[in-house]
Design a protein around this ligand. Structure first.
Ligand SMILES: Cc1cc2nc3c(=O)[nH]c(=O)nc-3n(C[C@H](O)[C@H](O)[C@H](O)COP(=O)(O)OP(=O)(O)OC[C@H]3O[C@@H](n4cnc5c(N)ncnc54)[C@H](O)[C@@H]3O)c2cc1C
Ligand code: FES
Ligand code: FES
Length: 466
């Protein structure tokens, strides 16, 4: 049996753990405020809040797409749908959407309300820019984004007036009318919830964020035994350790991005990962899922390749081995992972002295879109400005995330126009793209060359290279 709190009601259910929450909310709990549209994580109409109990007893809320979220993954959690925010008066977010005329047909509105409410719950330091980012997974077809953003701006202005200690933030949000009063009692109610976690079956499918798995084969997963990585607190960490950043195998992309260690040592990566899917997706999607799915255009895989990351893999018997990410991809969707292996940790060397990093991605849409081509660069130069190291990765130009080899010939040269042009040509020569929906092979080859030039130009503009 699975148990969770849905709005104000404790739920005990024997539905299959692989049933997606959207199905449960609409079909079993008969709550129709959560909308169903794409069922692929693309539109945000199905967004709900997932509140998970933390080690200190508090509850951390995140907005997630319920269409890709299996109910087995919310065992012991608090789920909030738009019905869980309804009351008299409207919540502050709802009222500001009304005041800003930010809803027309209203189909997207519950998802937008939940995303903005999740944004408020996520931090006590709220900026308009972050509010806009929080909405990057919510598509609206008829209102127009200006009025939605106006509501977000008004929300940030109103909450800027709230003076509360971060530890009192939930109470402050209740007082400000962002969430209803009953939220205060949820931590205690979750503590009393009877959960009955079963050990996963031997051949259970490992689900990290599930954003790939449940977009691709939800029917099959409904019948499968599943093992949820989100219950592995021991794999949920990001910390710097000497010259390395260590990232546990269950860390979501959004938690990675926002972690103090990444903000400090890799602020550029934190920013670039905003180009990965959307906030709603990143709240569930993990770095390990992005690596193991072996997509040739995985953004995190491309970034981590350039950062010279290594993977710690644990076999079912508990034996550990370490594999450089550059040796992990063996062929199209083939990896160096045997059946039952767990990718338990990602180890990223901190940038050595003289090293800079840059990432470029071209996709049809700025957010919520897979790349046509993406590429990351780690460039190291000596005191005289000459190149002492280059790691260049490229996605969308071959069957695997590509690490471009043979660039040692550029060591000792200054990254001037001639060198950069030769490097771009070397990257083009290494690329073996195919024609597909994201572009013709010839286009992708040329694009990679241009992106390499753009990377060096960006580093030069930042005064960091050349
Ligand atoms: C709407 C949408 C937009 C997207 N946009 C992007 C994008 O912009 N850029 C991008 O790169 N990707 C994108 N993706 C793809 C996907 O979200 C990412 O690849 C994501 O990081 C996958 O992580 P996950 O945790 O959800 O993986 P899951 O779906 O949970 O797992 C994927 C695979 O990895 C295995 N796995 C996961 N973790 C481990 C582990 N620790 N050890 C062993 N095996 C493991 C699982 O068993 C499964 O086979 C998008 C997907 C959707 C639906
Ligand atoms: S229905 Fe579109 S994101 Fe879930
Ligand atoms: S109000 Fe109609 S889709 Fe947004």
């Amino acid at each position: 049996m699975l148990s969770f709190i849905l709005n104000q009601r404790a739920v005990l259910t024997d539905e299959r753990p692989g049933m997606v929450l959207l199905e449960f909310i609409r079909g079993v709990a008969c709550l129709s405020g959560t909308k169903e549209a794409c069922r692929e994580g693309e539109c945000g109409a199905c967004a709900v809040l997932v509140g998970a109990r933390q080690a200190d007893g508090s509850v951390a809320y995140k907005a997630c797409p319920s269409c890709l979220l299996p109910i087995g993954d919310v065992d012991g959690c608090h789920i909030v749908t738009v019905e869980g925010l309804i009351g008299e008066p409207l919540t502050l977010v709802q009222q500001l959407i009304v005041d800003s005329s930010a809803s027309q047909c209203g189909f997207c509105t519950p998802g937008i309300v939940l995303s903005l409410t999740g944004f408020c719950l996520g931090s006590s330091a709220l900026s308009y820019e972050d509010a806009v980012d929080a909405l990057d997974g919510n598509i609206c077809r008829c209102t127009g984004y200006v009025s939605i953003r106006n509501a977000a701006r008004a929300l940030c202005e109103r909450l800027a007036e709230v003076d509360a200690d971060p530890s009192e933030w939930l109470s402050a949000l209740v007082a400000a009318g962002v969430v209803p009063e009953y939220f205060r009692a949820i931590p205690d109610q979750l503590a009393q919830l009877r959960t009955d976690p079963q050990p996963p079956a031997k051949d259970a499918v490992l689900v990290a964020g599930g954003t790939d798995l449940f977009a691709q084969r939800p029917e099959q997963l409904l019948e499968s035994d599943l093992c949820f990585l989100s219950s592995r607190c021991d794999l949920d960490y990001v910390h710097a350790d000497g010259e390395m950043l260590r990232v546990g195998g269950a860390v979501t992309i959004e938690d990675f991005r926002r972690s103090a260690a990444v903000q400090r040592h890799f602020p550029g990566v934190a920013h670039d990962l905003l180009r990965h899917s959307s906030t709603l997706l990143r709240n569930k999607a993990t770095l390990t899922g992005n690596i193991v799915n072996a997509s040739p255009i995985g953004d995190a895989a491309i970034i981590l390749l350039a950062l010279d990351a290594r993977l710690v893999i644990v076999d079912p018997g508990g034996a550990k081995r370490e594999v450089p990410l550059s040796k992990f991809f063996l062929g199209y969707k083939k990896t160096d992972l045997a059946c039952g292996d767990l990718l338990s940790e990602i180890v990223i060397p901190l940038l050595p002295v003289g090293a800079r990093y840059h990432f470029e991605k071209v996709s049809n849409r700025a957010t919520l879109d897979i790349a046509a081509v993406n590429t990351a660069l780690r460039l190291t130069t000596g005191p005289d400005g000459a190149i002492t190291g280059i790691i260049l990765s490229a996605g969308g130009v071959g069957p695997i995330p590509l690490l471009i080899s043979g660039l040692e010939v550029f060591y000792g040269r200054k990254p001037d126009t001639e060198t950069v042009d030769a490097l771009a040509k070397a990257a083009e020569a290494a690329a073996k793209p195919i024609d597909d929906i994201r572009g013709a092979a010839a286009y992708k080859k040329l694009l990679l060359g241009q992106l390499v030039r753009a990377q060096f130009a960006a580093l030069a503009a930042a005064g960091e290279a050349v």
